[in-house]
Design a protein around this ligand. Sequence first.
Ligand code: RBF
Length: 178
Amino acid sequence: MSTAGNNLSIVKGSTTIKSKEDTEVGIVWAEWNEEVTGKLRDGAINTLLNHGVKRENINIKAVPGTFELVAAAKWMAEYSTVDAVICIGVVIQGDTRHFDFICGPVAQGLINLNIEFEIPFIFGVLTTNDLQQAIDRAGGKHGNKGDEAAITALKMIALQEELLDEDLGFDEDELDED
Ligand code: RBF
């Protein structure tokens, strides 16, 4: 979770983010806590647009809750041509144990997708103690995690393209010989 002095909307590290003209990005967002997730979603969309992604190349789909993000992200990767999938949700620590049941498994589910597919899946899920902390990170005093998720998606797409362009000439047959 971000702390004071760590604004989620400020790009960290290398600030030059190159996105190709035809970059396609998927956004799956959870409608649970929509007053917050809607702001995360819009932050992600605006950040992508500000970095040159065309509106028609942003595929946005809603799911009921954070739990459903993994399945929707997987389907988007399988059935469309997106270069990355941004997954947006908010899970608030409450009186039930739902927080424990959702956060870790969804993070693990997205890690599994990152391993299974050749595109990045971005964890744009706020996990907070209360609603105010979520509001503060959805366009409030700590910035917008949707912005951060969009920047992360573009950086990962650029990294993958860079590595592919370098074409290190890795030959799997050589490994077999050892
Ligand atoms: N979904 C969220 O995205 N964030 C939540 O904080 C959240 N809390 C939930 C609490 C309870 C008690 C239940 C039953 C569901 C909650 N969900 C939440 C919805 C969940 O992600 C999923 O959509 C439903 O459990 C249906 O699979």
